[in-house]
Design a protein around this ligand. Structure first.
Ligand code: NAD
Length: 457
C-alpha cells in the first residue's frame, strides 16, 4: 500500500508537471498567503512557541514572526527581478552569440526542520522553495509538537495543498520521506542525522543543503568596549533561546589575564537583564525537553569542569530551567569542549596570547559562525583571513542572521549550501545556461579535416 510520503510526492509531481508552480502569479499568491499566516495568527504562533520552549514573546516575535514576515516581503518585492534571466557577455570563442542564465525550479523539494526556531526554520526555507517555483513537503520537528501541529493546520488552510504539504512525524515518517526521490532536500539539524539524509539523497543523486551546528567561538581581545561586548555576547547566547541556537557563542577564548574581567562584565550585565534569580525570569526560554536537560547536566557535572563554574549553575529539573552559567579555565579535553553545547552554559578557555586562539579555532571542526571582539585593525583582518567558518561577525554575535544580503550557511562540519534573501531563491533554483547563435559566424578551424595550422593561437 502507498504510504503518505509516496502519495504526497506523486501528487506534487503531477502538480509540477502541470506547470502551475512555475507561474509568477502562483508564487506570489502563495507568498502572500504565508504573509497572511504570520499577520493573522501571530498570537497562536507565540502561544505554540511558549508551549514548546517557553520562548519569551519578544524573542518569538523578533526571531520567528518578524523574520518570516521580512523574508516574505522581500521575496514579494524582488521576485520579478529574481526570476528574470540574467544576460551574460559572451566571448570570442562563441562569437557571434548571446548568453543568459535562466533560473528554473528544481521540481519537488523536501524541507526537514528542527525544533529550536520551529516556526522560522520551517517556514523560511519554504518561502525560498515557493519563490523559486517548486512544490514542497515540509517535515517540522516532532521535538516542538505545538508548533509542528500549528504549521500543519495553518499551511494546510492557507496554501495550495496540491503543491505545498506539511507531513508531521518523527524518525519513521522522515525515513519514509527520505526514501522518495526529491529534486532537493534541505535539512536543518545535527550532523549525525545529516549523514543519514546525505546517504538517502545519494541514492537518487539528489542535491542537499545541510544546515548544521558546531562550536561557535567568540574571541575576546582586551582592546574593546567591555560592557558592550558583554551585552552582545549575552544577546547572542542567552537572548537567543537561552543558548539553544546554532549560532550562539559556544565558548569564549580570551587571555588568562583578561578572563576575570570578562567574567565580571558578563555577570554584571546578566544580573541587570535577568535579575538575581534567573530561574524565575520570564525572559529566558526553558530547555526544550528532559533529554536535552539531562545532556546539559552531564556537561556541567563532568568532574573536569564541575569546580569551574564561576557564575550561575542553578537548575530546576521540574520546570526544565537552567540559569545562564559561565565556566572559567575549562580544559580542552573536557566533555563540554568536545560537543556542541546548545544551551545556557558558556565556558571560557584561556590562551597566552589572543592570536593563539585563531589556531585553536581552526584545530576544531569548522564552526557555523566565529566572533571576534576587538578594536585592533590588524587582528580583525587576520581573523577574517585565517579563520574558516560559515560566517564571521566582528564585534557582534548572531546578528549576521538578520542581514538578508549575506548568505546563511555552514562549511565543513557546520554544513553545506546557504540560504536567506536571494540566496534562498538560488538555493532552490537551477541556473540554466542558455547560449543563442544564428547561422552566421562559421569558422572552418573547428571542423575536420584537422590540420596543424588550425591549432595556432
Ligand atoms: P531535531 O531533533 O528536531 O532533528 C531535526 C530533524 O531531523 C527533525 O525533523 C527530526 O524528525 C529529524 N530526524 C531525527 N532523527 C532522524 C533520523 N534518525 N532519521 C531521519 N530524520 C531524523 O533537531 P536536532 O538535530 O536536535 O537540532 C539541533 C541541531 O541543529 C544543532 O546541532 C544545531 O546547531 C542545528 N541547527 C542548525 C541550524 C542552522 O541553520 N545551521 C539551525 C538550527 C539548528
Amino acid at each position: 500500500m502507498e504510504n503518505m510520503a509516496e502519495a504526497a510526492v506523486k501528487e506534487l509531481r503531477s502538480t509540477v508537471s502541470s506547470g502551475k508552480t512555475k507561474s509568477y502569479e502562483w508564487r506570489i499568491s502563495q507568498l502572500k498567503a504565508i504573509l497572511k499566516i504570520v499577520t493573522h495568527h501571530e498570537n497562536e504562533i507565540i502561544e505554540a512557541l511558549r508551549s514548546d520552549l517557553n520562548k519569551p514573546e519578544h524573542e518569538a516575535f523578533i526571531h520567528e514572526i518578524f523574520s518570516v514576515a521580512s523574508s516574505c516581503k522581500l521575496a514579494l518585492k524582488e521576485l520579478r527581478r529574481w526570476m528574470k534571466p540574467q544576460k551574460v557577455k559572451t566571448g570570442m570563442l562563441t562569437f557571434p552569440s548571446s548568453g543568459e542564465i535562466v533560473p528554473e525550479p528544481l521540481g519537488v523539494v523536501l524541507v526537514i526542520s528542527t525544533w529550536n526556531y520551529p516556526f522560522l526554520i520551517a517556514v523560511d526555507p519554504v518561502i525560498g522553495a515557493i519563490a523559486a517555483g517548486n512544490a514542497v513537503v515540509l517535515k517540522p520537528s516532532e521535538v516542538a509538537p505545538a508548533t509542528s501541529a500549528l504549521l500543519s493546520k495553518l499551511l494546510g488552510e492557507y496554501l495550495d495543498t496540491s503543491a505545498v504539504k506539511v507531513i508531521e512525524g518523527a524518525v519513521r515518517e522522515t525515513t519514509e520521506l527520505l526514501a522518495q526521490k526529491w529534486d532537493k532536500i534541505m535539512y536543518t539539524g545535527n550532523g549525525r542525522v545529516a549523514r543519514i539524509v546525505l546517504a538517502a539523497a545519494a541514492k537518487h543523486l539528489t542535491p542537499v543543503i545541510l544546515e548544521l551546528g558546531g562550536k561557535c567561538p567568540a574571541v575576546v581581545d582586551a582592546n574593546i568596549n567591555l560592557k558592550v561586548t558583554a551585552r552582545r555576547i549575552i544577546s547572542g547566547k542567552w537572548g537567543c533561546n537561552n543558548g539553544q541556537t546554532c549560532i550562539s557563542p559556544d565558548y569564549i577564548l580570551t587571555t588568562k589575564e583578561y578572563a576575570p574581567k570578562v567574567v565580571d562584565a558578563l555577570a554584571a550585565e546578566l544580573e541587570k537583564f535577568y535579575g538575581k534569580d534567573p530561574l524565575g525570569s520570564n525572559d529566558l526560554s526553558r530547555i526544550v525537553n528532559i533529554h536535552h536537560f539531562d545532556r546539559l547536566e552531564k556537561l556541567m557535572d563532568d568532574e573536569k569542569v564541575s569546580g569551574k563554574i564561576v557564575h550561575g549553575g542553578q537548575r530546576d529539573k521540574t520546570n526544565l530551567k537552567i540559569a545562564p552559567t559561565i565556566l572559567l579555565d575549562v580544559e580542552e579535553d573536557s566533555l563540554i569542549m568536545n560537543e556542541e553545547i546548545f544551551g545556557p552554559l558558556l565556558p571560557i578557555v584561556t590562551v597566552n596570547k589572543i592570536e593563539d586562539s585563531f589556531g585553536a579555532i581552526n584545530a576544531k571542526g569548522k564552526p557555523l559562525a566565529a566572533y571576534l571582539f576587538t578594536n585592533d585593525k590588524t587582528l580583525k583582518e587576520e581573523f577574517v583571513r585565517s579563520v574558516s567558518a560559515g560566517a564571521i561577525a566582528i564585534n557582534e554575535t548572531a546578528l549576521h542572521f538578520m542581514e538578508v544580503g549575506l548568505p546563511f550557511g555552514g562549511v565543513g562540519e557546520s554544513g553545506m549550501g546557504s540560504y536567506h534573501g536571494k540566496f534562498s531563491f538560488d538555493a532552490f533554483s537551477h541556473k540554466k545556461a542558455v547560449l543563442r547563435r544564428g547561422f552566421g559566424g562559421e569558422v572552418s578551424a573547428r571542423y575536420p579535416p584537422y590540420a596543424p595550422w588550425k591549432l595556432q593561437l
